[in-house]
Design a protein around this ligand. Structure first.
Ligand code: KIV
Ligand code: ZN
Length: 394
């Protein structure tokens, strides 16, 4: 049983790059795009071509280089934007224009000083115009999270009628709760004529730390595409993390969903994006943080040494991390210390271990973490030979 396919739309190069200070040059963008293709994402949002000549050039290079993945260019619901987006992806084997407009009362009133009727016309005209350049047109309803479902349904129905192939229900301000976002998607699936002909997409921001949960509720309720970024980078608090949503789908077979992502390349792409953008990955970040597969407290270490599954729900190899690690701190116990000495080829009997452990705790109380060099020093200072001489260094 294969499960329903969820399309992974990566926007690291567009929404991700909107993070202050994480400007990428064309070479870096190309490198990331090529690696996203190896990773197996379905869509690469390469940029917002009207925004700058540099971005235009990057989108154009990516379009010429990428062969199997859809290359998407963002535009506002503005003729010139759409023309430039269309031009920038004209060499792509699989081009997509992503155009749209704010649909919430707040956006209509304060951003556009407009009316729902006028916004509806702009949306229709944008899709119609984008269709002149490409077959594959994605429409985004910006701030759909705060848009009334009835109006959102009307707009969706109209843009489908004029040829939208994908509709993005953006929780732009990250304000939805998972159940609420899920219900919104379900409402659209049940009330929009033609919705089954197109792909409904989630695009969730992490202002309340709910981006991944909201995307999950979106796909459980019928969405077939998730927009996300590597390491969750993006405007303000960021977007849904690619690695999180992909691993949630992979780990939970009961969801009966699949993606095309080769998860063994996740650690590699995560480090690559971090290196090029300069955005440091928080140590405790799910899946890709340095601590995601590290165990430091004695109770957990003892469990993991006996059987990994006691404190690990994901096999690190699944995301391209060779092994989990046992970190030695003042919270570690004898089992962890013994394990680390064994990794150094040093086997201690119970009495030796007791002796070394008391020395270790003296050191560990003064330090954050004890490394291999320090372990060797601790061993020397423990005068084991005098004690009982039972270590074997192999
Ligand atoms: O968050 C958002 O609404 C966006 C749109 C431009 C799709 O990024
Ligand atoms: Zn966004």
């Amino acid at each position: 049983m294969r499960g329903k396919k969820i399309h992974i739309f990566d926007t690291s190069l567009r929404d991700g790059e909107q993070v202050p200070g994480c400007k990428l040059n064309t070479k870096q963008k190309l490198d990331i795009a090529k690696n996203l293709e190896y990773l197996g994402v379905d869509v690469i949002e390469a940029g917002f071509p009207i925004s700058s000549p540099g971005d235009y050039k990057s989108v154009q290079y990516i379009s010429k280089t990428i062969s199997n993945t859809i290359v998407c260019a963002l535009s506002r619901a503005v003729k010139k934007d759409i023309e430039v987006a269309g031009e920038s992806i004209k060499f792509a084997k699989k081009p997509r224009i992503h155009t749209g407009i704010g649909t919430s009362d707040c956006h209509i009133r304060y951003k556009f000083n407009s009316t729902p009727e006028k916004i509806m016309d702009l949306a229709i005209n944008a899709v119609k115009y984008a269709k002149k350049f490409v077959e594959d047109v994605e429409f985004y309803a910006e701030d759909a999270g705060r848009t009334k479902n009835e109006f959102l349904a009307k707009i969706c129905e109209k843009v489908i009628k004029y040829g939208a192939t994908v509709i993005n229900i953006a929780d732009t301000t990250g304000s939805c709760l998972p159940e609420q976002y899920g219900k919104k998607i379900r409402f659209l699936m049940e009330n929009v004529k033609g919705i089954h002909k197109i792909i409904l997409s989630t695009h969730c921001h992490d202002d309340l730390g709910l981006a991944t949960a909201n995307s999950l509720y979106g796909i459980i309720n019928g969405a077939q595409q998730v927009e996300c970024t590597v390491n969750g980078i993006g405007e303000r608090a960021g977007n849904t993390s690619l690695e999180e949503i992909v691993m949630i789908i992979k780990q939970n077979k009961k969801l009966n969903l699949i993606t095309n992502v080769n998860t063994k390349l996740i650690s590699y792409i995560s480090n690559l994006v971090s290196k090029h953008t300069g955005m440091i990955i928080p140590a405790n970040k799910a899946i890709v943080g340095i601590n995601a597969f590290s165990h430091s407290s004695g109770i957990h270490q003892d469990g993991v040494i006996k059987k990994k599954e006691t404190y690990e729900s994901i096999d690190p190899k699944e995301v391209g991390v060779n092994n989990s690690s046992i970190i030695l701190t003042a919270r570690s116990g004898r089992a962890a210390l013994n394990y680390r000495y064994q990794q150094l080829g040093c086997f201690l009997n119970k009495d030796s271990l007791d002796l070394v452990y008391s020395k270790f705790i003296e050191y560990a109380d003064k330090k954050k973490e004890i490394n291999n060099e320090e372990l060797k020093t601790i061993l020397k200072k423990s005068n084991l030979n005098q004690h009982n001489g039972t270590i074997k260094i192999v």
